[in-house]
Design a protein around this ligand. Structure first.
Ligand code: SAH
Ligand code: SF4
Ligand code: F3S
Length: 477
C-alpha cells in the first residue's frame, strides 16, 4: 500500500476549495444570463515549465469557476500574471506588464488583477506591490496557489485587496485540482516541487520551498489520464528530478518511476527535466537506454566549466565528473540529444575560467544551449560576492559563447541530412514548403511535409536540409 506524501494538503481543505469553485461558478452563470457572455480570464506566464504547469492549474480552476479564455488583457474580467524571479529581467518584465495595466484598471475598476508565482513569494515583494502597484487586487505565492478559489471568492465578495503568501517553506502538495492544458500532443506533468540544492546564485529554493515528491500512484494516475486524452509527449517536471522519491516513505527513485511509466501501454514519449549532474546516476542513464518510450534526450545543466566557479556555485561536481557522465550517456545511447544551461559572468569568473566553459562546450558538442548572464538575486549568497569582470567583458564572453555554440551546432544539424527520423507532429509551421511543425524523439525542431500528417501522429521522415535551429524533412514513402 502506498502512503500519502507527508506534505499532502488534507482532502477536506481541497474539498473546501471546490466549494468556492462552485460558488464562483454560480456567479459566473448569473453574469452570463445577464450579459449573454461568460466572464473571461486572461493568464500570462513568465519563467520556466514549472510555472507553465502551475498556470495550467490556474486555468483549470478558472475554467471550472465558469470563466472563458480572454485573448487579451482588455477583454478580461480576471487577469493573472504568473511571475518568475530567476533573473532581474524576468522581474522587470512582469512588473512592467503590471505597471501598464493601471490605465485599464482606471477604465474598468471592477476587474481583478492578480499576481502570483515565484516573484511574489520573495519576502520584500508583497510590501512593494502594496505600495507601488495599487492596481493589484490579488496576490498569492507559490504555496498558496491551490487556495485561488477562496482568494478570488473574497475578492468577488467585495474585498479590494486579497494578499496571501502564507505557507510553510517545507511546502505542500495539493492533489486533485482541475488542470486545463494547452492544445497539441505535448503535456507537462509535475512529479515534484521545490529544490534543496541552494546553488549560490539561485532564488528558486527560497521561492519554491523544499523538495517534495508526489506519490507515484498519483503521478501514474495523471499520466494514464493524459495518455487516454491523446497526449503523446509527456515531460516530467522537477527542479532536480534525480532527487525524486527521497522524501517518500516508500523505496522509489526517479529511475524506478521512469521504468514504471514506461510499462504503461500506448504509443508515446516520456521526457523529463531538469537533471542535476551531481545526482544523475549510471542507473538513470541505464534506465533511459533500456526504456523504449523514454526519449533519448538529456538536459543536464553544467553552468560553468571551471571547477573553482562550480565550487563557489555550490554545484557539487567537477567538470571532469560532468564529462564522464556525458561519455557514459553517449556510450549507452549513441545519438542522444544533449542540452545544457550555462551562466556567464558569475562573480569572480576570470578569462581562464571562461575558457574552461568554452572548452567544455566545444568538447561535448551540445544540440542546444541556454546561456544566461549572471543576475544578482537578493537573499542568495552570490548576491554579495565580489564582481571582477566588467559588464563589457561579460557581454563579450556571452557573445563568444553563443558563437562557439553555433559553430558546433551547424555540423551536428547537417549530419542529420539524408537520415530517417521518427517525429511527432505538433502543429503547423510557418514554412509553406514544410507546413508541419514537429519534434524528433531527441526533441529537435523539425519542419515536415508530406501526405497524411496531422498534429498528434508519429511519422517516419527523411531529413532533406538543415539550418542552425531547424531540420526540414519529408514523409518516407
Ligand atoms: N533546477 C534547474 C534550473 C532552474 S533555473 C537546474 O538546476 O538545472 C534555470 C537556469 O537559470 C539555471 O540552470 C541557471 O543556468 C539559470 N539561473 C538561475 N539563477 C540565475 C541567476 N541568478 N543568474 C543567471 N542565471 C541564473
Ligand atoms: Fe536553482 Fe540549483 Fe535548485 Fe536548479 S538545482 S533550481 S539552479 S538551486
Ligand atoms: Fe521557474 Fe522562474 Fe520560478 S525559473 S521556478 S518560474 S523563479
Amino acid at each position: 500500500m502506498e502512503i500519502k506524501a507527508p506534505t499532502a494538503i488534507p482532502q477536506q481543505e481541497i474539498d473546501r476549495q471546490f466549494g468556492y469553485i462552485e460558488r464562483i461558478a454560480a456567479y459566473s452563470r448569473d453574469a452570463e444570463l445577464r450579459t449573454g457572455q461568460k466572464p473571461l480570464a486572461y493568464i500570462q506566464t513568465f519563467g520556466c515549465q514549472q510555472n507553465e504547469a502551475d498556470s495550467e492549474r490556474i486555468a483549470g480552476m478558472l475554467h471550472d469557476m465558469g470563466y472563458g479564455k480572454a485573448e487579451s488583457p482588455e477583454q478580461a474580467d480576471v487577469l493573472i500574471y504568473n511571475t518568475c524571479a530567476v533573473r532581474e529581467h524576468a522581474e522587470s518584465r512582469a512588473l512592467g506588464n503590471i505597471g501598464a495595466l493601471s490605465h485599464l484598471k482606471k477604465q474598468r475598476p471592477d476587474i481583478t488583477i492578480g499576481l502570483c508565482g515565484c516573484m511574489v513569494q520573495q519576502e520584500h515583494m508583497p510590501d512593494k506591490i502594496r505600495k507601488s502597484y495599487p492596481q493589484v487586487n490579488l496576490l498569492f505565492g507559490t504555496h498558496a496557489l491551490w487556495r485561488l478559489p477562496e482568494l478570488l471568492y473574497r475578492r468577488l465578495s467585495g474585498e479590494k485587496r486579497v494578499f496571501d503568501i502564507s505557507g510553510d517553506v517545507r511546502g505542500t502538495i495539493a492533489e486533485g485540482l482541475p488542470v486545463l492544458r494547452g492544445q497539441g500532443p505535448k503535456a507537462w506533468l509535475s512529479i515534484m516541487y521545490g529544490c534543496n540544492n541552494f546553488c549560490t546564485y539561485c532564488i528558486v529554493p527560497y521561492v519554491r520551498g523544499r523538495e517534495r515528491s508526489r506519490c507515484p500512484k498519483d503521478i501514474e494516475k495523471e499520466f494514464r489520464t493524459l495518455i487516454a486524452q491523446g497526449y503523446k509527449d509527456i515531460t516530467l517536471l522537477g527542479q532536480n528530478v534525480n532527487s525524486y522519491g527521497k522524501d517518500l516513505d516508500i523505496q522509489i527513485d526517479f529511475s524506478d518511476l521512469l521504468a514504471r511509466l514506461n510499462r504503461i501501454e500506448g504509443d508515446f514519449l516520456i521526457r523529463f527535466m531538469t537533471s542535476h549532474p551531481k545526482d544523475a546516476s549510471h542507473k538513470l542513464l541505464d534506465t533511459m537506454a533500456t526504456c523504449d518510450k523514454v526519449a533519448k534526450q538529456l538536459h543536464l545543466p553544467f553552468q560553468s566549466g571551471s571547477d573553482e566557479i562550480l565550487k563557489r556555485m555550490n554545484r557539487g561536481y567537477t567538470a571532469e565528473k560532468y564529462r564522464s557522465l556525458i561519455a557514459y550517456a553517449r556510450e549507452k545511447m549513441p545519438g542522444i540529444t544533449l542540452s545544457s544551461d550555462i551562466i556567464v559572468g558569475f562573480p569572480g569568473e576570470t578569462e581562464a575560467d571562461f575558457q574552461q566553459t568554452l572548452a567544455l562546450v566545444q568538447d561535448v558538442g551540445f544540440d542546444a544551449l541556454f546561456t544566461f548572464l549572471f543576475s544578482r538575486r537578493s537573499g542568495t549568497p552570490a548576491a554579495s560576492y565580489e564582481d571582477t569582470a566588467s559588464k563589457e567583458e561579460k557581454q563579450n564572453r556571452f557573445e563568444r559563447l553563443l558563437k562557439a555554440q553555433d559553430i558546433c551546432v551547424l555540423p551536428r544539424q547537417q549530419a542529420y541530412v539524408g537520415r530517417c527520423l521518427r517525429v511527432l507532429i505538433e502543429g503547423e509551421s510557418k514554412d509553406t514548403d514544410y507546413p508541419f511543425l514537429a519534434r524528433t524523439e531527441g526533441g529537435l525542431l523539425i519542419c515536415c511535409a508530406g501526405e497524411g500528417l496531422e498534429p498528434g501522429i508519429f511519422a517516419g521522415v527523411n531529413v532533406e536540409k538543415a539550418t542552425l535551429r531547424c531540420l526540414f524533412a519529408r514523409v518516407e514513402r
